[in-house]
Every structure is written in C-alpha cells, then in structure tokens.
Design a protein around this ligand. Structure first.
Ligand code: COA
Length: 174
C-alpha cells in the first residue's frame, strides 16, 4: 500500500483513532489524516482546533500528515493521489454503514479501494461523542484521550458553560 487517507471528523481525536493510525502506517508509505471541515455533526471543536489536536496526538509518527478536506472524500483522495481509504470497524454495528460508504465511494471512484482495520478491543467501544458526553457529565475520560485532548475538552466545557450562562443583550443594547 502506498499513499492512504484516514478520514474523520475527529471531534476530538481519541486513543482509538490513534490506535487506528498506528496500525495503518504499518501498511503504507504515507498516511494522510483527513479532517472533515464541514460536517452535519454538532461539533464542539472548530476545524482548526480539531486539526491542532490531531497533529499533537500524532506528532510521534513520521510518515503521517494532517490535512483538512471539504466536499467529497473521493475527490480529496484523488487530489492527494491516494489509492486507499482506511476505515475502522469497531463492532458489527459499524459494518452496514461502512459497507454503504465504501460501495458508494467505489461507484464514485473505482480506482480507490477502502480498507478496513480493527482497532484494539479496549478502544472498540469509544467514540468522540461518547467522550464529549462523559466530559459534559463530569466523568473521567483520561484513559481514552491524550493529556492535551483531555485539557482541551475541559477548557471547551468551561467555555461552553460560560457562553450558555452569558445573558443575551437585547437589540436595544441592554
Ligand atoms: N476509535 C474511536 N472512535 C472511532 C473509531 C476508532 N477506531 N472509529 C470510528 N470512531 C468514531 C468516530 O469518532 C465517530 O464518532 P462520533 O460519531 O461520536 O463523532 C464515529 O465513530 C464514526 O463516525 P463516522 O460518521 O463514520 O465517521 P467520522 O465522523 O469520523 O467521518 C467522514 C465521516 C468524514 C469520513 C464522512 O462523512 C465523509 O467521507 N465525508 C465527506 C463527504 C462524502 O464524501 N460523502 C459521501 C460518502 S459515501
């Protein structure tokens, strides 16, 4: 495998994603981690914040590059000259969605293959939204994210509370 893309929203990156990247780099010469800019998901982190956390979490890996993409994933893969899309299958429940996405991407760009990897069992039940939910409810998620991401989640929680608590000014400026 030569150049591959591991795409995602990464809101935020978790140890499960890092585990996937570490497995994927074993099989390719260059891996691009593609951070989706526009997403229907209700994200906590801006694109820049998500990229920064991904870069920090993967800085120990040589042949990994982090890039933002917008629009179709296959267009991004073609632009980057990547022949493979890497996706993780954590549980059977991921399979149907992943299969649909892989087959649709194949219809759109037959020359690009999707490859599935399985993350380590201890990360098979994590997702970014679970990590955000547990943070919001005051739970300890230190074993699922890097220290930098843990701090960013705590900071984001505070800033979200502050925004919610700030009374809106009236149109008259009151
Ligand atoms: N460890 C931890 N969490 C993992 C994981 C792993 N190994 N693998 C997946 N996840 C989590 C993700 O964090 C995400 O959690 P969330 O829903 O709580 O945010 C969830 O599992 C997977 O979500 P999914 O929507 O499948 O992926 P994504 O948000 O990471 O990325 C894109 C989706 C960006 C790849 C996809 O929407 C895309 O390709 N968009 C571009 C537009 C396009 O081409 N559309 C046509 C596709 S056919």
């Amino acid at each position: 495998m030569k150049k591959a893309i591991y795409p995602g929203t990464f809101d935020p990156i978790t140890l499960g994603h890092i585990d996937m990247v570490q497995r994927a780099v074993k099989g390719c010469t260059h891996l691009i981690v593609g951070v989706a800019k526009s997403t229907p998901k209700n994200v906590w982190f801006s694109t820049e914040e998500r990229v920064e956390l991904v870069q920090d979490a993967l800085k120990h890996l040589d042949n990994v590059e982090v890039k933002v993409f917008e629009g179709l994933l296959v267009d991004f893969a073609q632009k980057e000259n990547a022949g493979f899309i890497i996706r993780g299958v954590r549980a059977f429940s991921d399979f149907e969605y992943e299969l649909q996405m892989a087959l649709m991407n194949r219809k759109l760009a037959p020359e690009i293959e999707t490859m599935f990897l399985m993350p380590a069992e201890e990360y098979s039940y994590i997702s970014s939204s679970r990590v955000r939910e547990i943070t919001a409810l005051g739970g300890d998620i230190g074993r699922y994210v890097t220290p930098a991401t843990l701090q960013a989640l705590k900071d984001k929680l505070i800033s979200r509370h502050e925004t919610k608590d700030t009374p809106r000014r009236s149109a008259a400026g009151g």
